[in-house]
Design a protein around this ligand. Structure first.
Ligand code: GTP
Length: 520
């Protein structure tokens, strides 16, 4: 698998993983959290409504008891006076306490005094009638005759429907404040659960609710006045409130503020997905630019090198440190490799003893000269240089000294040739060859003489014949420009001619130069 494909695969799986992670977070963490939060809120709203409705019930019951168990009221039932009413039962006190009706009844169930709010005034007789009517043995609202006779203290409260409206009543036997003694009658207080009260409770509890007639489908509806746990999220929840005779009277509907779970917003989801795709694409581009492309270039430069044997340096200044290190190490390796290569190449064209170019190097150099000669008919010169009586030298002074002498001769040749356009090489054994671009007869003769003299001036001890120093004989051939039928000749012909001149130089007594024109 290519690196490009691998990174594409890697980033695709990254894209998939991020998407799945986001979806999982949404469904397994975010949504359940929100669900619990909404359920908690709905439960709190129910608890608040429960407390508020209970408070409105309980406060009436407490107030009724406080008034009923009171010596002055006992006295008043026995001897009703306007003074008592004016100073102790003012209408505005009941209005302030949200009490819509108050009835003081003696032990004979005779109405002694009553207060009714305007909303109930028109139904005054019917309300009292209702109390009496409902007062049976099984469902009593007022103390029964038997209870009065047996002086049984009673306290009753509950819901009733009156003229289609829900009322809450509380009835307590009138007793002296000690809580003992003869029952003087009973006190009934009524609170109308009308729109005004519902509004008050709504404002007080900050919960919106309504109370309506119980619908027909109340079979599975639960009782309101037993603290409930809300199990499901819904826009509203319903409960029943029964009247004191256990009839299903009204249903309470709590309208929740937070009613639904957040829906998946497709526009947001798509924009998140697009953002992820964008981020992943940018990452891919960055990865490609910073890592993949340099590696591909790196690979290409190595591959290309196998075709032309030339390895180019790897580009540096990479953003990724490791890549920079690889590039640096590779370039260092390349430097070492090139140095080795150069060294090996030098070895193939360098004479190991004298250090100057060997015969192979000479042939490589000659190719260019010969090419120009054949193609453009440009002339040149060749010198064959042979150390005189070298066998004798070796025999007398030893082979090692002979090697040193050859090295000294080669070095001297190099020094002289440094001034001229040409190449000095060891041709083999004690024989050297020089190729010069110049083909001016006199110039070449001068160069050859300079070489001959420079060797003699090395003063390498020889002691042969009458000569003290080691010398060389030189055979020179000058190849003129514009030679006729140049294509007929090759380099070996030139060398052979130079060799002939060398032979003549030896014949002439050695330590001498012989020059001839090629072709003569
Ligand atoms: N020390 C040493 N001797 C070498 C080397 N190569 C060739 N020789 C010697 O060079 C000598 C050449 O001897 P000859 O060919 O007889 O020629 P010469 O003695 O120089 O006589 P002329 O050329 O006629 O002056 C031989 O004894 C070779 O052994 C070398 O690399 N080192």
């Amino acid at each position: 698998m290519t690196l490009k494909r691998f990174s594409l695969l890697l980033l695709s799986s990254l894209l998939l993983t991020i998407t799945m992670l986001l979806v999982s977070i949404y469904y397994f963490f975010y949504l359940p959290g929100i669900k619990t939060e909404v359920l908690d809120q709905q439960q709190q709203e129910y608890n608040l409504l429960y407390s508020a409705l209970s408070l409105s019930k309980n406060s009436l019951t407490t107030l009724c008891y406080d008034y009923a168990v009171w010596d002055e009221l006992v006295e008043y039932v026995g001897n009703p006076t306007d003074d008592f009413v004016q100073s102790n039962m003012p209408n505005n006190a009941f209005e302030a306490a949200n009490i819509d009706a108050v009835f003081v009844i003696d032990t004979n169930n005779k109405l002694i005094w009553d207060y009714q709010d305007d909303s109930l005034k028109s139904s005054r007789s019917s309300l009292v009638h209702l109390f009496h009517q409902q007062n049976t043995e099984s469902f009593a609202i007022l103390p029964t005759a038997a209870e009065i006779a047996s002086q049984t203290v009673s306290s009753r409260s509950g819901y009733l429907v009156f003229d289609g409206a829900l009322i809450y009543f509380s009835n307590t036997t009138i007793l002296p404040s000690t809580g003992h003694g003869e029952i003087a009658g009973s006190l009934t207080m009524v609170r109308l659960v009308d729109k005004a009260l519902i509004n008050d409770i709504s404002q007080f509890s900050l919960v919106k609710f309504s109370i309506e007639d119980a619908q027909t489908s109340t079979k599975n509806m639960q009782e309101f006045f037993s603290l409930k746990k809300i199990e499901t999220i819904a826009p509203s929840h319903n409960w029943l409130i029964r009247n004191t005779f256990d009839d299903q009277v009204v249903q309470v509907t709590l309208h929740h503020k937070k009613v639904s779970l957040p829906q998946l917003d497709w526009a947001s989801a798509i924009s998140i997905l697009l953002s992820i795709v964008l981020i992943v694409s940018l990452s891919l581009m960055a990865l490609s630019r910073l890592l993949i492309k340099p590696l591909i270039r790196f690979n290409k430069s190595i591959n290309d090198s196998s075709d032309d044997n030339f390895i180019s340096k790897m580009a540096s200044n990479h953003f990724i440190d490791e890549l920079e290190n690889v590039s640096y190490s590779f370039n260092q390796l390349l430097l070492k490799f090139n140095a080795q290569q150069n060294y090996l190449e030098t070895l193939t064209v360098q004479d190991s003893l004298t250090g100057i170019t060997n015969r192979r190097g000479l042939e490589a150099f000659t190719k260019r000269i010969i090419a120009r000669w054949h193609l453009e008919n440009v002339g040149f010169s060749v010198m064959m240089i042979d150390v005189d009586n070298f066998k004798y030298f070796n025999d007398k002074q030893g082979h090692l000294k002979g090697d040193d002498a050859l090295t000294a001769v080669a070095t001297s040749l190099l020094e002289v040739m440094a001034q001229y356009d040409g190449l000095a090489a060891r041709y083999g054994g004690e024989e050297f060859c020089i190729i010069l671009a110049d083909n001016h007869h006199q110039n070449i003769l001068n160069v050859a003489e300079e070489i001959r003299e420079s060797i003699e001036k090395l003063h390498i001890s020889n002691n042969i014949d009458d000569r003290d120093w080691l010398t060389v004989s030189i055979g020179v051939v000058v190849v003129d420009d514009k030679l006729a039928d140049v294509e007929k000749y090759n380099f070996s012909d030139v060398l052979q001619h130079a060799d002939e001149q060398l032979y003549l130089a030896k014949q002439a007594g050695r330590n001498t130069v012989r020059v001839a024109k090629f072709g003569d």
